[in-house]
Design a protein around this ligand. Structure first.
Ligand code: ADP
Ligand code: MG
Length: 566
C-alpha cells in the first residue's frame, strides 16, 4: 500500500497544476495509525466535494467487543463516534482556503435521533470507518495542494486521534451511551409483551425548543403519567422507570387547544426511533411500525384499494384500484391508512389538526340529512374498531373538537396544562347521554395488496440516472419529483438519499412485472439487512451521507413516486 509519504510527494508535485490533476490522488494511503482512502475526487472546486474515508483497524481502535457486537449497541457507538468526529471537524472546516468548496470538511450532521448511517461504520472485528467530504482546495481552478496538505496532515490526524480510538474517549460516557441503547431496546421489546403501543416515561420532556430547533424546550412541564395508566419497567441499566403505558386498542387524546396534545403525538411519532441522551425523549418509545396518518391533498395514488373508506364515487371511479394524480383530503388520507396497513403498521397516529374532517367523522345531523347511499365516504370512525379487532391495528388519535370518538375509545386521555389525565370513565358517562345513531357501516373487505410493479424500460436502457434530494422535502429521480414533505416520520435528510438510492435500485433491478409492491419492498429490506446501506449504491466505494429508513417509509416513498409503473 502507498503511504502518507507518497501522498505528500504527489501533492507537492501537482501544486499549481490544473484541477483535474487531483484525480491522481485517488487511492489508499497508510498513515501511522490509520488508512486514509480518497474514494472520489471532485471534478472542480465548485462541484460536490471529494469523498474521503478513514479506516482504523480493530486492533488500533481498541473498543471492547461488548460495545459493538450487538446491533443496537453498534449503532449507538457509531452514532456516538460520528457526533464526536463531527465536533472535531467543525473547528477546521474552511480553515484551509480557496475558491468554491475549497477547505470544506464535513460528516453527517446528526439530529436528535440515533440512526444507522454510512458516515460511520464499525466492522465485525471492531475496525472503525468514518466517511467524510473534503473540498480539495484550489485558487480558481488551479490546485493549491499546500492547503490540502494542511487538511490531510495537520487537521485530520488530530480529529482522528481524538475521536476514533477508545483510549482517547471518555470511557464512562461511551459506556453510558451503550447502556442507554440497551435500555431503549429493552423497552421496545417489552411493549408488545405488555400489550402497549407506546411508553412515555415520567419526567420526559416532549416539547421542542422552537419550530426550527429539535432540542428540548427549556423549562418545559415534565411529563407525568396519570396513576391509572402507570407502568413500571425494570430497565437493565437504569433500573425501575415508571411512565404512561398507552395500551393497544383505541386511544383518544382530548383536551383544550394549546394544552399539549399535538406535542404528545409528535413525540410518539418519533418514538419509533431512539433518541440521544439529554433529548428529553430518551424513554419515549413507540411501537416501531407506527405510522402517522394525515390528509395529503395533491398526492398521487396508484391503484390503492381504498374501498373500505370510499365507494360509489359520483364519477363511477374504481376505488378498489384507485388512481389519481391529485388526491383530495379524504382520498389521500384513506390511501395513507390502507398503505400503512400494507406496510405492516400496527399503530396509526392521527392528529385532527392535519386530518380531513369528512374522512374522520360525519355528525348525526349530516347522517340524517344525507343518507349513507349518497355519501361515498365511510369515515374512519366507522372503521377504527374494525381495524383493531380484525387486523390488530391500534389507533392513537388527537381530537380536541369532536366528541364522536368518545364512543369508540378504549382509553381517553385529556391533556391539561401539558399533563395527561385519564378521563375514560367520566367521558364515557357523558357520552352515554349522547348516543350515536344506530346505523352501522357494513363490514369491509380486506384491502387487496396485489399491486404489481412493472419494469420501466427507460431505466434499463440508460444507466445515467440523475438522483438528487432536497432536504427532507423531496427526491428528484431524472425528471420526477417524489414529494415527501408530509411523510412526517422521515427525520433526516440522509434518509431521503437512501430512499432515492432504493428507488433507483428498484427501477434497475427489481421491478419486473411479477413481484408485488410488498414483495419488492421485502427484497430491498433483505438486501439492507444482509449488506447494509451500501448494498443499493452503485460504484466501487461506499459513500457517506446515507441513513437507515424503515419499511414504512420505503413504502411511503414508492407510493408517492408518480412514474412508478403499476
Ligand atoms: P395542542 O395540540 O393541544 O393545541 P400543542 O401540543 O400544539 O397543543 O402545544 C401548544 C404549545 O405548548 C406549543 O408551543 C408547545 O411547544 C407547548 N408545550 C407543549 N407541551 C409543553 C410542556 N410539556 N411544557 C411546556 N410547553 C409545552
Ligand atoms: Mg394540536
Amino acid at each position: 500500500m502507498k503511504t502518507y509519504h507518497d501522498l505528500r510527494e504527489l501533492l507537492n508535485r501537482i501544486d499549481h497544476r490544473g484541477y483535474p490533476a487531483y484525480k491522481d490522488t485517488a487511492g489508499s494511503y497508510q498513515f501511522e495509525t490509520y488508512v486514509l482512502s480518497i474514494d472520489h475526487v471532485q471534478g472542480d472546486p465548485f462541484a460536490a466535494p471529494s469523498r474521503v474515508s478513514i479506516h482504523v483497524s480493530g486492533k488500533n481502535a481498541g473498543f471492547p467487543s461488548d460495545l459493538f457486537q450487538e446491533k443496537h449497541k453498534r449503532i449507538a457507538l457509531q452514532d456516538y463516534l460520528i457526533r464526536k468526529f463531527s465536533k472535531e471537524v467543525e473547528t477546521f472546516t474552511f480553515k484551509a482556503k480557496g475558491s468554491g468548496k475549497s477547505g470544506l470538511m464535513s460528516v453527517s450532521r446528526c439530529g436528535q435521533e440515533i440512526l444507522e448511517r454510512t458516515g460511520c461504520e464499525i466492522q465485525p472485528d471492531g475496525g472503525v470507518i468514518i466517511r467524510m467530504e473534503i473540498g480539495f482546495p484550489a485558487n480558481g481552478r488551479t490546485i493549491n495542494s499546500r492547503e490540502l496538505i494542511k487538511i490531510l496532515f495537520e487537521f485530520l490526524p488530530g480529529c482522528v486521534k481524538k475521536s476514533m480510538f477508545y483510549e482517547s474517549l471518555d470511557k464512562k460516557s461511551v459506556q453510558k451511551n451503550a447502556e442507554l441503547a440497551e435500555d431503549q431496546k429493552f423497552i421496545r421489546t417489552q411493549l408488545s409483551r405488555l400489550g402497549l403501543t407506546a411508553f412515555v416515561a415520567n419526567g420526559s420532556v416532549l416539547p421542542r425548543e422552537s419550530g426550527v430547533s429539535d432540542r428540548p424546550m427549556k423549562k418545559a412541564v415534565p411529563f407525568q403519567s396519570p396513576k391509572s395508566l402507570e407502568v413500571t419497567l425494570e430497565l437493565p441499566n437504569l433500573g425501575a422507570v415508571t411512565g404512561m403505558g398507552i395500551r393497544q386498542g383505541i386511544t383518544l387524546v382530548a383536551g383544550g387547544g394549546y394544552h399539549g396534545k399535538s406535542t404528545l403525538l409528535k413525540a410518539l411519532e418519533l418514538g419509533v426511533y431512539n433518541h440521544i441522551a439529554g433529548d428529553g425523549r430518551e424513554y419515549v418509545i413507540t411501537d416501531d411500525t407506527a405510522v402517522k396518518i394525515r390528509a395529503e391533498d395533491g398526492r398521487s395514488i396508484k391503484h390503492t384499494d381504498i374501498s373500505m373508506f370510499i365507494n360509489n364515487l359520483p364519477n363511477k371511479k374504481d376505488t378498489v384500484r384507485f388512481c389519481t394524480e391529485n388526491a383530495s383530503g379524504s382520498t389521500s388520507q384513506a390511501a395513507n391508512v390502507v398503505e400503512a396497513m400494507e406496510a405492516g403498521a400496527q399503530t396509526l397516529l392521527i392528529d385532527e389538526d392535519t386530518s380531513a374532517t369528512n374522512f374522520m367523522i360525519r355528525d348525526e345531523l349530516m347522517q340524517r340529512v344525507v343518507n349513507r347511499d349518497s355519501e361515498p365516504i365511510t369515515p374512519f370512525i366507522d372503521r377504527v374498531q374494525e381495524l383493531y379487532e380484525k387486523y390488530g391495528i391500534s389507533t392513537v388519535l388527537v381530537a380536541g373538537s369532536s366528541g364522536s370518538y368518545f364512543h369508540k375509545a378504549d382509553c381517553i386521555i385529556q391533556m391539561n396544562h401539558y399533563l395527561p389525565k385519564d378521563i375514560t370513565e367520566s367521558a364515557r358517562k357523558e357520552a352515554e347521554a349522547f348516543p350515536i345513531p344506530s346505523e352501522k357501516a357494513p363490514a369491509s373487505q380486506k384491502p387487496s395488496f396485489d399491486r404489481v410493479v412493472k419494469t420501466d424500460q427507460s431505466f434499463r436502457k440508460n444507466d445515467r440516472i440523475k438522483m438528487k434530494t432536497q432536504g427532507k422535502d423531496s427526491i428528484l429521480i431524472n425528471r420526477d419529483t417524489i414529494d415527501l414533505r408530509y411523510v412526517e416520520q422521515l427525520t433526516d435528510t440522509e434518509q431521503l438519499v437512501t430512499l432515492g438510492h432504493l428507488t433507483t435500485y428498484g427501477q434497475l433491478h427489481l421491478f419486473d412485472g411479477k413481484k408485488s409492491l410488498s414483495e419488492t419492498v421485502e427484497e430491498l429490506l433483505r438486501l439492507l439487512d444482509k449488506k447494509g446501506l451500501a448494498a443499493v449504491c452503485k460504484g466501487n466505494y461506499v459513500p457517506g451521507g446515507l441513513a437507515m429508513v424503515r419499511k414504512q417509509e420505503i413504502f411511503a416513498c414508492l407510493n408517492r413516486y408518480r412514474s412508478l409503473k403499476i
